[in-house]
Design a protein around this ligand. Structure first.
Ligand SMILES: [Zn+2]
Length: 144
């Protein structure tokens, strides 16, 4: 027995069993295969199955890895942009950041942008004092 997917020009598709492919050909020639919807036989034919296509497209997993890599690359370049911006527009004070930022905050005359090192704890303290500080990621120097 062999099962064929048949389609009729009326748009109906259906399955039908045959002894073998010869029987199908025989019945087809004799117009004995009727569409069960419109009853016509002449417009019925074997439906062509969509062939499987192999492509060289990356799999979903590979794609995800690529997207992740691309994403991280973009993030890194954005962080570098941010770092460059800060370096251009603020003065680096290194480990003196906490004391410097306090003196700037409490002595309004010396107002300037600075950046430097602070622990999360120190940053929290500064924020609690009402000092506007932000923790930003800093990209490691690539020429190291
Ligand atoms: Zn039909």
């Amino acid at each position: 027995m062999i099962k064929y997917n048949l389609e009729c020009s009326c748009g109906e598709t259906f399955e039908s069993w045959f002894q073998n492919s010869n029987e199908y050909e025989k019945l087809l020639k004799k117009n004995l295969i009727n569409c069960y919807v419109c009853g016509r036989s002449k417009s019925v034919k074997k439906s062509i199955m969509a062939p499987s296509v192999a492509t060289s497209k990356p799999s979903v997993a590979e794609k995800n890895v690529e997207q992740k890599k691309e994403f991280l690359k973009n993030v890194k370049s954005k962080i570098k942009e941010l770092n460059d911006y800060v370096a251009k527009n603020a003065e680096y004070v290194g480990d003196k950041f906490v004391s410097e930022v306090r003196s700037i905050h409490y002595d309004k005359k010396k107002k300037r942008n600075i950046y430097g090192n602070a622990t999360l704890e120190e940053t929290k303290e500064l924020q609690e004092e009402g000092i506007d500080v932000a923790t930003i990621p800093w990209a490691p120097k690539e020429d190291a």
